[in-house]
Design a protein around this ligand. Structure first.
Ligand code: AGP
Length: 605
C-alpha cells in the first residue's frame, strides 16, 4: 500500500512531490524516495531515506531543481525498511527510475535470470527487477520499453517510470494497484491516491487494470499494455482539498471521529422517502422485482469493513428477513466458494482498493454473481467493478484506523436493509420508526462526542493494561470486535472480542483484576443476559467498563449512550469505544495516525 506521486510540468518539482508524499504517508511510511530531472538536465537526481517523509526532506539538498519527478513512500513487503530498499530504484547506469506499488509474484525467478546475465542488484525488493527489465529493453520508445518489461511480470503493480533519455515524459501502468492521473493546466500529475492530487487539480483520470499512460507537460494519453489507445475521460473529484487537512485537530483520527455527525448527515442526505417510509438507493441497479428474488445476502470485507458488514448482515436479516451473513473477503476467495445466482453479494470497502476484496469481487463476477459495492472512495476499483452499490459519503478518511467510515458504512447498511425490508414485509410503521431513528443519529452522535473528557479519564486508567477483553451479544458482538480492533491498532495493547455467551466456555479463565473487560450492554431483549455476564466477571474480580443506555451497577465504569431504535443502537455504541482507543493510545504516546506495521489501504494480498 505504498504511496506514489509524480509530476511533469514547469514548476519546481521537488516541493510538489514532497507535499504529495506527506498526503500519501498514511498509505505506508517506513521509507521514502524521490527522483527528478528536467529537459535540460544531464540525467536523473535521486534521494532516498529510511523513515518518514520528513527524514527524506531533511536529506534533499538545497539545490535540487527539476520539473519532472516521481516519488514514493513505502510499506515494506519484500525487504526491510532501509535506504537501499526505498523506492525509486535505478538501473545500473542510473538512467531509468521506477516506483512501484504492488507485488511482483515472479520476482525471484526474474531476479535469478537478471543476476545470471550479470545484473548487480542493490536492494532486496521485488520492484528492482522492473527497472532492470526496462533498462535492458532494446525497444525504441519508453512506452514500448515499459510494455516489454511488464510482459515478463506476474503480479500486481501501480508503477511510474522515468528515463534520462526521455525526460519529456513519465510512463505509468496499472494492474491491481491504483493509479490516478491529475490533469492540470500545462502540467500533469500521477498518484496512487487522489489525496495527493486534489490540492492541484480536481480533474482526474483513473486508470483501469491493464492500462498505461504517457504524461507530458501539456498532454497525456492512455493505452493498454498491448499498446492500443484507450479513451480517458477526466472526472471531477467531489472532495475538496481542504477536506484532507487536519482542520485544527491534533490527529486525523480525532478529526474523523469528530466529523461523524456531519458524515452521517451526508450518508442519509437525499435517500429518505417519507412518502413510502423507505429509502431511495439509485445506484443499486436492482429493481424491486430483482430485489424480491434475492434468497440470501453475503457480505464481504476486511478488517473494520468486515465488522461493519457483520452489523449489516444482522440488519438485513432483522429488517428484510433475508438470510444474511458476513465473511472476511480473503477467507471467502480462497475457499473455492459455491456462488449462488440467487445470492446478492455485497463488497464493503472504505478505500475501494483493498486487494482481497477486489479479488473476491472479480472472482464473483467471473462466476456470474451479482455484486454490490458499499464503498467510500468514489470511482475506486471495487466501486467500478461492482454491478451497482452505494457510496457511504464519509469524506476522505486519512487516518489508518477507520472510524467515521465504519459508522457511515453501518448506516448505509441500515438504509439498504430498510430498502429491502420495505420491498418485502417490513411495515409502514416500522419504516417510519426506523427513519425517525436514522434522523436522530447525527444529534445523538454529537451528544456522545460531548462526553469525550469522561471517556479520556477512563482510557487513562486502562492505558496500563497488558490485554483487554471486549464482549457483546448478537448486535453487540460486532461492536465488540470493532472496538477491540481499534484498541489493538493504535495502542498495541492485545485485545480480543468474544460473544458474551461464550465467556463461560473458556475465556472466563482469563478474567482477573489485571484484565479489564469492556461490555456492550444495550437496553434490548438481551439486557438481562448481558447483566448475567457482568455478574460472572465481577464474581471473579474482573474490572468492567460497560457501554450501555443506563448505569450498570456491576460495572466499575459505565459510558451511557443515547437510546435509539434497537436495530440502530450498534451504530451509537461503537463511538465511545473509538474515543477509548484514541485516548488510551494517546496516553501511551503512540503514533495515532500512523500506527506501526499498518497502512491505510491494503492493495496487496
Ligand atoms: C481499519 O481500522 C483497519 N485499518 C483495516 O482493518 C481496514 O478496515 C481494512 O484494511 C479494510 O480496508 P477498506 O475498508 O479500505 O477495504
Amino acid at each position: 500500500m505504498c504511496g506514489i506521486v509524480g509530476y511533469i510540468g514547469k514548476r519546481d518539482v521537488a516541493p510538489l512531490l514532497l507535499e504529495g508524499l506527506q498526503r500519501l504517508e498514511y498509505r505506508g511510511y517506513d521509507s521514502a524516495g524521490i527522483v527528478i530531472t528536467s529537459p535540460k538536465a544531464s540525467g536523473l537526481k535521486m534521494v532516498k531515506a529510511k523513515g518518514r517523509v520528513r527524514d527524506l526532506e531533511a536529506k534533499v539538498p538545497k539545490r535540487f531543481a527539476g520539473t519532472t519527478g516521481i516519488a514514493h513512500t513505502r510499506w515494506a513487503t519484500h525487504g526491510a525498511p532501509s535506504d537501499e530498499n526505498a523506492h525509486p530504484h535505478l538501473d545500473s547506469e542510473g538512467k531509468v527510475a521506477v516506483v512501484h506499488n504492488g507485488i511482483i509474484d515472479n520476482a525471484t525467478e526474474l531476479r535469478a535470470k537478471l543476476v545470471a546475465d550479470g545484473i548487480e542488484f542493490l536492494s532486496e525488493t521485488d520492484t528492482e527487477v522492473l527497472v532492470h527489465l526496462v533498462a535492458r529493453s532494446q525497444a525504441v520508445t519508453l512506452e514500448e520499453k515499459v510494455r516489454e518489461a511488464l510482459r515478463h511480470v506476474e503480479g500486481t503493480y501501480g508503477v511510474a517510470v522515468m528515463h534520462a533519455d526521455f525526460s519529456d515524459r513519465i510512463v505509468v501502468a496499472r494492474n491491481g494497484s491504483p493509479v490516478v492521473l491529475g490533469i492540470g493546466e500545462k502540467e500533469m500529475f500521477v498518484a496512487s491516491d487522489i489525496a495527493a492530487l486534489v490540492s492541484h487539480t480536481r480533474q482526474i483520470v483513473t486508470l483501469e487494470d491493464g492500462e498505461m499512460a504517457t504524461l507530458k507537460a501539456d498532454d497525456f494519453r492512455t493505452y493498454t499494455t498491448e499498446g492500443s489507445r484507450t479513451t480517458a475521460t477526466p472526472t471531477t473529484v467531489e472532495w475538496e482539498a481542504e477536506s484532507y487537512d487536519m482542520g485544527g485537530h491534533d490527529t486525523y483520527m480525532h478529526k474523523e471521529i469528530s466529523e461523524q455527525s456531519d458524515a452521517v448527515d451526508r450518508v442519509l442526505r437525499g435517500r429518505i422517502d417519507d412518502r413510502f417510509s423507505t429509502v431511495h438507493l439509485g445506484g443499486l441497479n436492482l429493481d424491486a422485482r430483482e430485489a424480491r428474488g434475492i434468497r440470501r445476502v453475503k457480505i464481504l470485507g476486511c478488517g473494520t469493513s468486515y465488522h461493519a458488514g457483520m452489523i449489516g448482515a444482522q440488519l438485513i436479516e432483522e429488517l428484510a428477513r433475508i438470510p444474511a451473513d458476513a465473511e472476511p473477503a480473503s477467507e471467502f476467495r480462497y475457499r473455492n466458494p459455491v456462488v449462488d445466482p440467487d445470492t446478492l453479494y455485497v463488497a464493503v470497502s472504505q478505500s475501494g482498493e483493498t486487494y482481497d476484496v477486489l479479488a473476491a469481487v472479480q472472482e464473483l463476477k467471473r462466476k456470474g454473481a451479482r455484486v454490490l459495492g458499499v464503498v467510500n472512495v468514489v470511482g475506486s476499483a471495487i466501486a467500478r467493478e461492482a454491478d451497482g452499490g452505494m457510496y457511504v459519503h464519509a469524506g476522505p478518511e486519512v487516518c489508518v484506523v477507520s472510524t467515521k467510515c465504519f459508522t457511515n458504512t453501518v448506516v448505509a447498511f441500515a438504509l439498504l436493509a430498510l430498502h429491502l425490508g420495505r420491498i418485502r414485509d417490513l411495515s409502514v410503521s416500522d419504516g417510519k420508526r426506523l427513519i425517525a431513528g436514522l434522523r436522530k443519529l447525527p444529534a445523538q452522535i454529537a451528544a456522545i462526542l460531548e462526553t469525550e473528557e469522561e471517556i479520556k479519564k477512563i482510557a487513562e486508567e486502562y492505558a496500563g493494561a497488558q490485554s483487554m477483553m471486549f464482549i457483546g451479544r448478537v448486535r453487540g458482538y460486532p461492536v465488540a470486535l470493532e472496538a477491540s480492533l481499534k484498541l489493538k491498532e493504535i495502542s498495541y495493547i492485545h485485545a480480543e472480542a468474544y460473544p458474551a455467551s461464550e465467556l463461560k466456555h473458556g475465556p472466563l479463565a482469563l478474567i482477573e483484576p489485571a484484565l479489564p473487560t469492556v461490555a456492550i450492554v444495550p437496553d434490548d431483549e438481551l439486557l438481562e443476559k448481558n447483566r448475567a455476564a457482568l455478574e460472572e466477571i465481577k464474581a471473579r474480580s474482573g474490572r468492567i467498563l460497560a457501554v450501555a443506555h443506563r448505569e450498570q451497577e456491576k460495572a466499575d465504569h459505565t459510558i451511557v449512550v443515547p437510546k435509539n431504535e434497537t436495530e440502530l443502537d450498534p451504530i451509537l455504541m461503537g463511538i465511545p469505544l473509538q474515543l477509548l482507543a484514541y485516548h488510551t493510545a494517546l496516553a501511551m504516546g503512540r503514533d495515532i495516525d500512523k500506527p506501526r506495521n499498518l497502512a491505510k489501504s491494503v492493495t496487496v494480498e
